[in-house]
Design a protein around this ligand. Structure first.
Ligand code: ATP
Ligand code: MG
Length: 577
């Protein structure tokens, strides 16, 4: 039992001005966290209790899935990162520094290198595989825009697991086990989530899923099918190519005509000025990459998906060309680029092929071209999928209707193949004595982000409404007047009895007004509240209140512990598998 009068849970009424999302506001107001520097926090006792509960559930399910807990250092020597090639590739999120002997180190943002180094030294034979090692550890990423409290911090707790298998088949099995463990983990936390297909970037392959907690405030856009189980991150979601334009219409179209479009550069403006459907405008976007510049063409109805461009080019980065570069490449300001006569690699989205005859920028200020026919007036190097899916698209698996929603990525499972075992030479000897590369997978969960996501999903006007499995306390006992001797005694007694029954109890023994105590109990989201009021007490009763429904029940003090125990058990059951 914990006594609030001695407990550091400094609640506040004010809404901090820099907290943009509800979970950040409520974690501050409920006295769970305090900021030390941008993206760096102190975890106060109640906040830490929540994080430890999240960790406990993760540990239980990881252990159940056969993974073994290890702990790696946060300070990692540069040599390992140089060996994998990521010392240069990772960019500024990697915080680098030197020790007194001038040796380079970084603060680990993820631990593929360290774990692969451990395994390559310890694993020799196929008999030692499969192996799954995990840790729950403080990570550091020098995020460009830390925000939303624990949701995107710079220093944060992460569970990271790594699987090692003899072959792809084994790796697929390890992946499936982690996927299932993740489903159990997030269900036990009472979260409504969805596993969505995710981009695998430069590593390739199709096996990567992000676990998304569905929430309006989520930074990720996700697409899901109403008819089948298909769900994907928007940046990954595939577009079904449309039928090609009919050649019959093409024959009637004369060669491109230049049309003055003074000051018109936005798609909607140009289309309405020319009196055409925006879908018939050939939007031309110029991108820079480490392998040079390209023009991406897409129907004006759609947006370019940069991740698809990046994957097609097989590059580390792409970015929209800045104004200056656009002028150099097209001879015109932005808004007037077009594929006709453009001396640049042209890559077209499938939606462009469906345009029988359209309009495009003329590569000249204040001018567009009409009657532009793809394939006749310009020839892209390829027609492929370069755009973002919309709700008008059909499911790439079953043709059903697609829905867009938002999610918070709380976990990520990824089949790595041999990316790290190759660069770090992690091999084993197979049954025939032949040396082979270990096949790997990696699996992350953000501990603090998961707690924040739970608040995003479970809150009301009065504060947090914790699922009981991750609540800082399961029950709070509130004596409305601590100066009333009988009430003070009885409430301490009940709190002690609940505690003895294995319930995590907070006794609000502060000498505060009842209104303040009730507000704090609600704000902190404690699932069950037991109230000792003077009138009820005189009659031998107390009140039991459900934080989520607000329902109250008058219970005889003699049955109180039993009743609260039952209420807590019922809530625990909701969060069990
Ligand atoms: P994001 O796209 O949100 O930056 P990520 O793809 O970089 O995430 P991973 O490298 O897959 O994330 O990390 C595993 C998990 O760690 C994520 O699913 C998330 O829950 C958590 N995480 C990642 N970055 C942060 C952060 N800056 N603050 C808190 N948690 C984070
Ligand atoms: Mg990131």
């Amino acid at each position: 039992m914990i006594r609030y009068s001695r407990y550091l849970m400094p609640t506040t009424k004010e809404t901090p001005s820099d907290a943009e999302v509800v979970s950040h506001r409520l974690m501050l107001r409920a006295g769970m966290i305090r900021k030390v520097a941008s993206g760096i926090y102190n975890y106060l006792p109640a906040g830490l209790r929540v994080l430890r509960k999240v960790e406990k559930i993760i540990r239980e399910e990881m252990d159940r899935a056969g993974a073994q807990e290890v702990l790696m250092p946060t300070v990692v020597p540069s040599e390992l990162w140089k060996e994998s090639g990521r010392w240069d590739a990772y960019g500024k999120e990697l915080l680098r520094f030197r020790d007194r002997a001038d040796r380079e180190f970084c603060l680990g943002p993820t631990h593929e290198e360290v774990i692969t180094d451990l395994v390559r030294r310890e694993v020799r034979s196929y008999r030692q595989l499969p192996l799954n090692l995990y840790q729950i550890q403080d990570k550091f990423r020098d995020e460009i825009r830390p925000r939303f409290g624990l949701m995107r911090g710079r220093e944060f707790f992460m569970k990271d697991a790594y699987s090692f298998d003899a072959d792809e088949e084994g790796a697929a099995e390890s992946y499936r086990k982690m996927y299932d463990a993740y489903c159990r983990i997030f269900s036990r936390m009472g979260l409504s989530f969805r596993a969505v297909e995710a981009d695998t970037g430069s590593i390739g392959g199709s096996s990567s899923h992000e676990f998304m907690v569905i929430a309006e405030s989520g930074e990720d856009a996700i697409v899901s099918c109403g008819s089948c189980s298909y769900a994907a991150n928007l940046e990954k979601a595939e577009c079904v190519p449309p039928a090609a334009g009919s050649p019959g219409t093409v024959a009637k179209v004369g060669s491109p005509r230049k049309v003055p479009t003074p000051g018109k550069r936005a798609i909607a403006e140009v289309a309405s000025f020319l009196g055409i459907d925006p879908g018939n405008l050939i939007k031309t976007l110029l991108f820079e990459s480490e392998k040079g510049d390209v023009a991406i063409l897409v129907s004006g109805r759609y947006e370019v998906n940069e991740v698809k461009v990046k994957n097609f080019l097989g590059v580390e980065w792409v970015r929209l060309a800045p104004e200056e570069r656009i002028r150099e490449l097209t001879g015109a300001p932005s808004g007037y680029a077009g594929p006709v006569g453009l001396k640049l690699r042209l890559l077209a989205d499938h939606s462009v092929r469906a345009i029988a005859s359209g309009a495009a920028g003329a590569n000249e200020k204040d001018a567009h071209l009409a009657d532009v026919v793809p394939g006749r007036d310009f020839s892209p190097e390829t027609y492929s999928d370069f755009r973002l899916v919309t709700e008008d698209d059909r499911c790439p698996r079953c043709g059903g209707a697609l829905r867009c929603s938002r999610g918070i990525e709380v976990g990520h499972v990824f089949r790595l193949g041999t990316k790290y075992s190759k660069s770090l030479s992690a091999t084993y000897l197979d049954a025939g004595g032949k040396e082979r590369l270990i096949v790997m997978g990696c699996y992350g969960i953000g501990v603090g982000r998961t707690a924040a996501a739970a608040i995003e999903q479970h809150n009301d006007a009065d504060g947090i409404v914790w699922p009981i499995s991750i609540a800082p306390f399961e029950a709070v006992v509130v004596p409305v007047n601590v100066k009333h001797e009988g009430i003070a005694q009885e409430s301490a007694l009940i709190a002690g009895e609940l505690s003895a029954r294995g319930i995590e109890v907070l006794l609000d023994d502060r000498d505060e007004r009842p209104g303040i105590k009730f507000k704090d109990a609600d704000l902190c989201g404690i699932p069950v509240r037991v109230t000792f009021g003077e009138k009820n007490f005189a009659a031998g009763f107390a009140e039991v209140r459900d934080r989520r429904t607000g329902e109250t029940e008058r219970v005889e003090i003699s049955r109180l512990a039993e009743r609260v125990h039952a209420a807590v058990e019922a809530k625990r059951k909701e969060c069990s598998q």
